[in-house]
Design a protein around this ligand. Structure first.
Ligand SMILES: Nc1ncnc2c1ncn2[C@@H]1O[C@H](COP(=O)(O)OP(=O)(O)OP(=O)(O)O)[C@@H](O)[C@H]1O
Ligand SMILES: [Mg+2]
Length: 362
């Protein structure tokens, strides 16, 4: 079976809130998931991720907009007619059924022959690493094992698409990292289109082909993890994906070589061209902590600063450095020289590839 894509067109969903009245959980969202793609909806709590996923699944009906799976408009179909696999945060296993029966459930509903059910269930239990667990009950399993059963149950029906809502958030940190790799491998092995919801940016970056960042019911930006990290289009995305400094600056020159800005009283050439930067405009530089090079106070060409705090973390040292009015985060990986609190330093920004955002609204 070849993978199918998902298209959602201008979806909106409002809920009634006891105090605020009708509020948008999702507002006018359109996106396309390519066949076989692993797409993640990422955003803070309450931004509409689950509501979007539930509308794709058919658990929630949009007020406006359409959902397509492959070429089929499924907006008016019930969830059980859409042939999707859904993995929930709380696993949602049937406690009174064995692992085997939990996984077999969807096949029984489809009235598959007993021999075939047995074969299919054993195959997926093997796939998720739970061979031999058929007769256990959910309360005899660890959290990670329960989530594997939920995964097996979702894929045994050979769904057209797989949907995940924060499937790993009840697991401890190590297991989360392990399971996310397994989910990703399984998705590629089955080459099945997947939409995954999380509020954990590292998980999203690790697992996804593409990420859709959501904020307050809308799409803030979409792209690969690398696109979003290197070219955030807004302060929200810059802050949400990775750690960042936003340094206030003023554009003092734009020419073929790039943009010259003034930061903390120093002129800096930052290379690259940004749309719509004119001399005189105030902007903010998106400077990642690990791109800043810390040197001694006398090294020319840097911004003068003073170390406020220093945290030694093994392979890296994290600093807070006072530069003018600002506190700047700097991360040095495997540094040969480290600096102590109170020391004067100079900060050297990368000569290229610093994204610019419009200056703070007055
Ligand atoms: N059944 C409902 N009735 C009323 N309001 C709802 C309902 N479901 C969701 N909401 C509201 O819609 C908004 C979006 O909720 P949603 O569950 O989609 O967020 P989320 O991004 O999944 O958040 P989280 O990361 O906390 O799971 C929230 O403000 C929430 O309070
Ligand atoms: Mg949610």
């Amino acid at each position: 079976m070849s993978a199918v894509g998902i298209r959602i067109q201008q979806l909106s969903k409002q809920f009634s809130h006891r105090v605020k009245g009708l509020v948008y959980a999702v507002k006018d969202i359109s996106l396309a998931v390519q066949p076989g793609e692993f797409l993640t909806l990422l955003g803070p709590s309450g931004c509409g991720k689950t509501t979007t996923l539930r509308m794709i699944a058919g658990f929630e009906r949009p007020d406006v907009g359409r959902v397509f799976i492959g070429e089929q408009d499924v907006t008016d179909l019930m969830a059980n007619q859409r042939n999707i696999g859904f993995v929930f945060q709380n696993y949602a296993l049937f406690p009174h059924l064995t692992v085997f029966e939990n996984v077999a459930y969807g096949l029984r509903v489809k009235r598959m022959a007993e021999v075939k059910i047995s074969e299919a269930v054993r195959e997926v239990l093997h796939l998720v690493g739970l061979s031999g667990y058929d007769r256990q009950f959910p309360n005899q399993l660890s959290g990670g094992e329960q989530q594997r059963v939920a995964l097996a149950r979702a894929i045994v029906i050979r769904p057209r698409v797989l949907l995940f809502d924060e499937p790993l958030s009840n697991l401890d940190a190590k297991l989360r990292v392990h399971m996310r790799r397994e989910i990703q491998q399984l998705q590629k092995q089955l080459s099945i289109t997947a939409v995954y919801v999380t509020h954990d940016q590292e998980e999203a970056m690790a697992i996804s082909d593409r990420i859709v960042v959501m904020n307050q019911g809308s799409i803030a930006q979409e792209g690969t993890a690398e696109d979003l990290y290197r070219h955030p289009a807004s302060e929200f995305v810059a802050q949400f994906i990775g750690r960042t400094n936003l340094l206030a600056a003023r554009v003092v020159g734009v020419d073929a070589a790039g943009v010259a800005v003034e930061v903390a009283g120093r002129r800096l050439q930052i290379g690259g061209q940004s749309p719509a930067v004119q001399p005189g405009r105030t902007v903010r530089l998106v400077v990642r902590p690990e791109t800043i090079d810390l040197r001694g106070p006398d090294a020319g060409g840097g911004l003068p600063g003073a170390i406020v705090s220093r945290m030694f973390l093994g392979e890296k040292v994290e600093y807070h450095v006072r530069v003018g009015e600002d506190l700047v985060q700097v991360t040095s990986y495997n540094p040969r020289v480290t600096y102590a609190a109170g020391e004067a330093v100079s900060l050297h920004l990368p000569a290229d590839g610093i994204p610019l955002l419009p200056g703070e609204a007055a």
